[in-house]
Design a protein around this ligand. Structure first.
Ligand code: ATP
Ligand code: MG
Length: 416
């Protein structure tokens, strides 16, 4: 893509009321637009990053048998009443509205109830199970505080998966597979070493649920970890009983700031019983379906990646999610040879399947470099009179600042 055609511009200052680091950088670099507190639009660069995160998650969910769908955002009051979750006392983040035709609707903050209700149309016998479905969807939540930029939105994208199983054994098998799938997602995003499967409260019939927590200074959560034993416990369940059952002592645990990037939950059969989701077993008996839910905060993850890897100059994307692989910087003013060389390199890279943002703008070198640092694309390649004379391009890694000079064939080899 030619940068001269990109409608977004970088800016020196973020909005005055924006206190979060990720939102400040993302707004300044042109990835997102702040609509109001906790509500952000995703611009072309931001959408590219979001889609890459989605695609990694999608691939891993498909690998464990997930089928993608998309549920509605408007939800029926009656369903949530059946599970006693319609009231604002039970769920403190509801957005609700009234239909002109009469009656109330809720805006989806989560989808367990509607999806369980919907499944009554498709589940009749044991032969129909298990079913694993997931979606990427914009959730709406009336969060009281929205100070962490895209890490806590009032509108945000979540991947939510739901499992419908025959019973506990069937459920546990999938639950463990989902832990592995989630682990692969965070590894692919470059945060595997700093993301912990964390014991948390909740979970029907089981003592714990599991959160996936990533170490990041700006995180809102505090957890207690032991890196060697790969044990992590959140604040709610840090007590004698938990420590004993996990075989660790408090002294062995280190306190760290984290952001919850995902969680998985065992519902047992409670929700199915409340909503009447049953299947017929081999003996013809009606059995309630065993349910689980599995969330990943897609847009929160994007914020975590910004906060975690950014440096004083700007964003530093992990390669797997960067909007482009290469930032091609043309520095030649009116020099026709430089222009031609840059265009040729752009075409070569594109045809080799490398995604390139080509800074073909009329701008000073200093401005181009500052923008490039702010935008955070992993590899910068400079084409100038100097590189033309040398017969090699200047290639600089955004993360390390390491520079090397490469010929076209060396460059293609390096990038593939
Ligand atoms: P938190 O404790 O941070 O409020 P939660 O327990 O409400 O999270 P879930 O309802 O299980 O989270 O949602 C699944 C995932 O969605 C979370 O693990 C998190 O990554 C993400 N998420 C939750 N709330 C938000 C939000 N307001 N903005 C962005 N992402 C969110
Ligand atoms: Mg919450």
């Amino acid at each position: 893509m030619r940068q001269s055609q990109l409608f977004t511009k970088t800016r020196r200052e973020a909005p005055k009321d924006e206190v979060s680091k990720n939102a400040q950088l993302l707004i300044r670099a042109g990835y997102i637009h702040k609509e109001m507190a906790g509500v952000y639009s995703y611009l072309p660069l931001g959408l590219r990053v979001q889609n890459k995160i989605r695609q990694i998650v999608r691939e891993e969910m498909n690998k464990i048998g997930g089928q993608e769908l998309i549920m509605t955002s408007l939800q029926r009051k009656e369903l949530w009443e059946k599970t006693k979750r319609w009231s604002d006392e039970a769920v403190d983040v509801w957005f609700k509205s009234e239909l002109k035709a009469g009656g109330e609707v809720g805006f989806g903050w989560s989808h367990e109830e509607p999806i369980a209700e919907m499944m009554k149309n498709y589940v009749a016998s044991f032969r129909d199970l298990p079913i694993y479905v997931y979606q990427f969807q914009t959730k709406l939540r009336n969060e009281l505080r929205a100070k962490s930029g895209i890490m806590r939105g009032r509108e945000f994208v979540m991947k939510d998966m739901y499992s419908f199983c025959l019973g506990e054994e069937d459920h546990t098998r999938f639950y463990n597979q989902s832990i592995d799938a989630y682990t692969r997602v965070y590894e692919r995003l470059g945060i595997g070493d700093d993301t912990f499967v964390t014991f948390a409260s909740g979970g029907a019939f089981t003592q714990f649920s599991h959160e996936f927590q990533t170490i990041v200074e700006t995180g809102e959560d505090t957890i207690y970890i032991n890196r060697e034993k790969k044990i992590a416990i959140n604040q709610e369940v840090l007590n004698e009983k938990t420590l004993k059952s996990l075989g660790v002592s408090r002294e062995e645990l280190e306190e760290v700031k984290t952001a919850e990037v995902g969680n998985i939950f065992n519902f047992g059969t409670q929700k199915s019983e409340d909503l009447g989701l049953h299947y017929k077993n081999e003996k013809g008996e009606q059995i309630p379906v065993w349910m689980g839910s599995y969330g990943i905060g897609i847009t929160r993850l994007m914020g975590v990646l910004v906060d975690k890897f950014a440096d004083a100059k700007g964003i530093v994307w992990p390669e797997a999610v960067a909007p482009f692989r290469v930032h091609l910087i043309e520095l030649g003013g009116d020099n026709e040879d430089v222009k031609r060389e840059a265009e040729e390199l752009y075409r070569e890279l594109e045809s080799a399947g490398v995604e390139v943002l080509w800074d073909d703008r009329e701008a000073r070198a200093g401005e181009k470099f500052a923008d490039s640092d702010l935008i955070g694309i992993p590899l910068r390649i400079v084409v100038s009179e100097k590189t033309l004379a040398a017969g090699k391009f200047e290639c600089t890694e955004r993360a390390s600042g390491k520079a090397e000079h490469r010929s076209l064939s060396e460059l293609i080899g390096y990038l593939s």
